[in-house]
Design a protein around this ligand. Structure first.
Ligand SMILES: Cc1cc2nc3c(=O)[nH]c(=O)nc-3n(C[C@H](O)[C@H](O)[C@H](O)COP(=O)(O)OP(=O)(O)OC[C@H]3O[C@@H](n4cnc5c(N)ncnc54)[C@H](O)[C@@H]3O)c2cc1C
Length: 443
């Protein structure tokens, strides 16, 4: 009787799981394993919101594996050591894991290789719809611009979407840690897990996506990002299904999945871009620890759209994409602070907080990344008029302004009576680009 370990990382699902699929094909018995790794905690990445969501994912995955005859084994320790120990305990013939894109994932893979040698099998195509590096421009190892990437991505061959296993045999008597109990920092976190993710996906009306995805008050995007981050849903499966459904909404949605893949292929090729400017613009950012950064974090900049976004982030552990762009531009461009300050704060709260998507979107906004117009500054007032024309998004998240009707809510400093408890604008509303322009010598 042969046995394989499926070491699960960011692929916490039974549907379309290349690692589970390969482990099952390789052996009679399969042990799905997740390792609670203190090295992840040490990176600061395991913030309470994501740790709580992860705990849901682990419990849910175990519940899905049991009717198949399997279960999830949880171990604690550095991933490579804990996996090698279990492999020795069970005399496992092979260990299967998904390829990752971060420097951490590369190090983990190397450590697993050192421990396991050729018993380790690394599988592509689990994290993204198109494997990072599968499409490249001539003579380069990755795309640095989205539009040509999207063109190539759309035509790239796709792997088969795997069905969930019909049955799985996991031997009895393997010691396992309990799923950790974690208290999230945000009070309105979504439930984690594959079943919750699939329910959301099944109930989501893709046809409305094209029309509503930029409307802040409509809250019309899919909110699938945390399920994609933890791999409760497979990007390859969603892209294939959306493609089959067709229409403008599906097309616009699939384009966003391509953005996700785009950032993953950048990070896979340039892991240091998680910490360092992808394109150095010679910035000497203003210092961090002052009242302005604190006001930004607390949602008290005096710019209602910025404040609404920051408060949504703290409350839900999630923020609408358009609000992410505006709040990030405000910190990095209007206040001219280091994008890493903002990225760190986002990672403290975001339940979908993802190294590729967070760091590279921050760099995109800061103009140190892949944006082809690195010096554009998003004006939070013009953005508010366009994305929240009636002001409903701001009134939802900024109670001090809840009584202000219509779009007047976006410029409280112009009201006859200033709303009590709401701050004045941090910077002159007519000088939103001044710091960046001066710092980058654009005048
Ligand atoms: C400063 C900043 C930080 C961000 N940090 C993260 C992050 O940590 N994790 C994260 O998943 N996304 C991040 N994004 C991208 C985007 O804002 C979120 O993916 C999106 O808001 C999630 O909501 P949704 O699932 O309803 O998206 P939908 O609009 O329904 O899109 C479907 C999926 O496509 C992907 N997607 C959508 N937009 C983008 C994008 N711009 N870049 C990459 N993938 C995208 C996501 O996986 C998303 O779930 C960030 C954007 C900015 C501007």
């Amino acid at each position: 009787m042969s046995l394989a370990i499926a070491l699960l990382t960011q692929d916490l699902r039974v549907h379309d799981n290349p690692v589970l699929h390969a482990a099952r094909a390789a052996a009679d018995e399969v042990v799905p394993l997740f390792v609670l790794d203190p090295d992840v905690d040490a990176t600061g990445f395991a913030a309470p919101n994501r740790a709580a969501f992860l705990a849901d994912c682990l419990a849910d995955l175990d519940a899905s594996l049991r009717p198949l005859g399997g279960r999830l084994v949880l171990r604690r320790g550095p991933a490579a050591t804990a996996t090698a120990r279990l492999a020795a305990e069970l005399d496992a013939a092979s260990v299967h894991v998904a390829a990752g894109v971060s420097a951490f994932a590369h190090r983990r893979e190397q450590a697993l290789r050192t421990e396991l040698g050729d018993r380790l099998h690394v599988h592509d195509g689990s994290l993204t719809a198109v494997v990072p590096g599968a499409v490249t421009p001539a003579g380069k190892d990755h795309y640095a611009v989205f539009t040509p990437y999207h063109r190539a991505w759309s035509q790239a061959p796709r792997r088969t979407v795997h069905r969930p296993p019909k049955a799985l045999r996991t031997p009895d008597g393997i010691a396992s840690e309990p799923v950790p109990a974690v208290r999230p920092e945000s009070p309105a976190l979504p439930p984690g897990g594959e079943r919750a993710g699939r329910r959301l996906w099944r109930g989501y009306d893709l046809d409305r996506y094209a029309e509503l995805h930029d409307d802040l008050a409509a809250d019309g995007t899919s909110r699938l990002s945390p399920y994609l981050h933890f791999g409760c849903l497979s990007a390859a499966e969603l892209a294939a299904e959306a493609h089959r459904r067709g229409g403008d909404g599906a097309e616009a949605f699939v384009r966003q999945l391509a953005w996700r893949d785009f950032h993953h292929q950048v990070l896979a090729a340039r892991p240091r871009a998680a910490r360092e400017a992808y394109r150095d613009r010679g910035d000497h950012w203003l210092p961090e620890d002052d009242e302005e950064c604190a006001a930004w974090r607390a949602g008290r900049t005096g710019f209602p759209l910025v404040d609404a976004g920051m408060r949504q982030l703290a409350h839900e552990g999630w923020m609408h994409n358009r609000a992410r762009l505006v709040t990030a531009s405000f910190l990095a461009k209007t206040l001219y602070r280091d994008w890493r300050i903002g990225a760190r704060h986002f990672l403290r709260f975001l339940v979908d907080g993802d190294l590729a998507n967070n760091q590279l979107n921050w760099q995109w906004v800061a103009g140190t990344g892949t944006d082809t117009r690195p010096n554009r500054v998003l004006n939070p007032l013009a953005q508010a008029d366009r994305l929240d024309p009636d002001g409903a998004y701001v009134r939802r998240w900024v109670p001090e302004l809840a009584h202000v009707p219509g779009r007047a809510v976006h410029r409280p400093w112009l009201l006859d009576e200033r709303p009590a408890g709401y701050p004045d604008p941090l910077v002159d509303p007519s000088a939103l680009s001044d710091r960046l322009r001066a710092a980058r010598g654009l005048d």
